[in-house]
Ligand binder design. Structure first.
Ligand SMILES: [Zn+2]
Length: 98
């Protein structure tokens, strides 16, 4: 019993991988092959595209808060955690709506 599909994985990254790599992508730290795979996935996957847009927004917020210097890793993780929990709360409320 395995959920891993090695052949598919090489051409088509799954959402978890894309989301994990979005920071690298947004920071232009991903390699050319990774960038291409992420771009293709973003093109096809609306939810990851929204994650990407949120990361872009997050990056601009962090940059504004911290000036030209790179945000400390800890601050990034704090903001990311907050955004993630906000998303969870919002989907919870939506389910409760009916
Ligand atoms: Zn996706």
């Amino acid at each position: 019993m395995s959920d891993v599909h090695p052949e598919r994985r090489s051409t088509e990254p799954d959402c978890a991988e894309v989301v994990l790599r979005l920071f690298e992508y947004v920071d232009n730290e991903a390699g050319p092959e990774d960038r291409e795979r992420i771009e293709q996935h973003l093109d096809a996957c609306g939810s990851c595209l929204r994650e990407y847009e949120r990361d872009l927004l997050l990056k601009s917020l962090v940059r504004r808060a911290c000036g030209p210097e790179r945000a400390p890793h800890q601050l990034r993780m704090q903001i990311l955690t907050r955004i993630t929990s906000v998303t969870v709360v919002r989907s919870d409320v939506t389910q409760d709506g009916s």
